[in-house]
Design a protein around this ligand. Sequence first.
Ligand code: NAP
Length: 537
Amino acid sequence: MTLTGHSLIAGRTVAGEGKTTFGFNPATNEALEPAYTLLTEEQLATATAAAKDAYASFSTLDPETHASFLESIADNIEAIGDELLVRAGQETGLPAARLTGERARTTGQLRLFAAVVRQGDYRGVRIDPAIPDRAPLPRADIRQRQIPLGPVAVFGASNFPLAFSTAGGDTASALAAGCPVVFKAHNAHPGTSELVGHAIAKAVTDNGLHPGVFSLIYGPGSSIGQALVADPAIKAVGFTGSQSAGIALMKTAAARPEPIPVYAEMSSLNPVFVFDGALAGDPESIDALAAAYVTAVTGSSGQLCTSPGLLFAPAGEAGDKFAAAVGRAVAASAGQTMLTAGIAGSWNTGTGALSAADGVELIGQGTPGPTENAPAPAIFGTGVEQFTTNHVLHEEIFGAASLVIRYTGAEDLLSAASRIEGQLTASLHLTEADYATAAPLIPVLEQKVGRIIVNGWPTGVEVGHAMVHGGPFPATSDTRTTSVGTLAINRFLRPVAYQNIPQELLPAPLQDTNPWHLNRRIDGDVVAAPQKAEVGA
Ligand code: NAP
């Protein structure tokens, strides 16, 4: 399609009356056509008003239409074809293979949420039937279900222009919950956002839904993004990005006359703990572990929220060999173009601060990539004492950089782990011989992270029913949930109880005939959904 450079409000293309901006190719630092027009706050209000209007019909949609809508979005994204991958590649510098995989993840999670909508357990139906003859007081008929919160504002991240952006996990889970979405396009990939935005709008039309179910708006996060979250029509926020922006949105949401929840995924260092047993093998196995670590640090230029920014390795000879192998592996790596000139600049600032810190040395560095924004991957080394006393060593460097911390014994390791801030993940490399040493670390890590991994790397987040991509602050703003996987739908729901409501007035999920074939908890017991033929028989 021909990119318009405009917002898409409730199915209509709307030229912004504010300033204009361009996407940039980070490989060349050149502006990409077309110019994008930015909305004013008055124009933004039309999107939030349309989302508010759409709530009544969208939140009560029958499961089959609702699921088909999510599947249509996936189909429409695929139908864009290579144009989407080409534009996303131009705007982000990410290679085609990575973007192809990311598109599959994006459409896969939309289809997974369609299955969740059809299956229906997220509606959380509980029925406590009346007990009229209970003494001393009768019990009323009380029924509970989860309802969608209302219109959701979604902000995507620069590093996943598809899977954490316009039709990414936050949008998919909010739409699956039955919440209209107003998506604030990321300035780093405006064209990619427009292509996907039209795919969603077409699905809205094709499935006969209210056009306000989805809007895509262009404007600076610090003004239009803030105004969006302050708008009374918005009832929740999904965000992936930097800690500073996430915290700014949390403050705005909390200061509203009606405060709303913000589900912000922010920074994470994803510590890795290497135990003695993992380094007790032959030199090849130490080299292989070091190479796998460097691959996890440098993949996608290290621009992953799950990139391992810290690795704890034992002091002593085996640890020395491992550090040397890390140095060789990173020296063989090359820089790749980062997402934006600004992100490459922040990487330079962050690694500069780390290399200037007391007691920090460079273990090894690769070669720069072929473009201005492709710095050479770097891995640094230090000891537990420096790590525990210098906050600079705890700051995320977004990109291909990591810090190896040498520890002496289990107590040293526990002490360091207990000082780490909230993280998305922690990984343990060990053998059976290390189980006794590792056991006390697990309860410490449970308090710090959302996912614990053994003999693997945190990169590559499976989208499924059991995944947790979350963790205590500052990894996220709300430790109780996840932004990846089907549990993410719960963020946009709230329970309502219905007491003594006649069948004729009850919503479909709660009616005795169970017309939507839902599993229900009746008087505390799970009662499986009847087969479709049995319903009403
Ligand atoms: P970002 O700069 O925080 O931008 C994300 C979104 O927030 C953009 O739409 C941006 O608008 C908006 N925004 C920026 N400042 C704002 C403010 N003051 N108020 C309201 N909205 C604001 O994030 P990014 O560009 O994706 O930068 C990468 C960072 O994200 C890294 O530091 C990385 O740690 C983090 N990240 C975390 C995860 C995770 O899952 N934890 C995943 C990916 C990235 P504009 O379009 O106007 O900039």
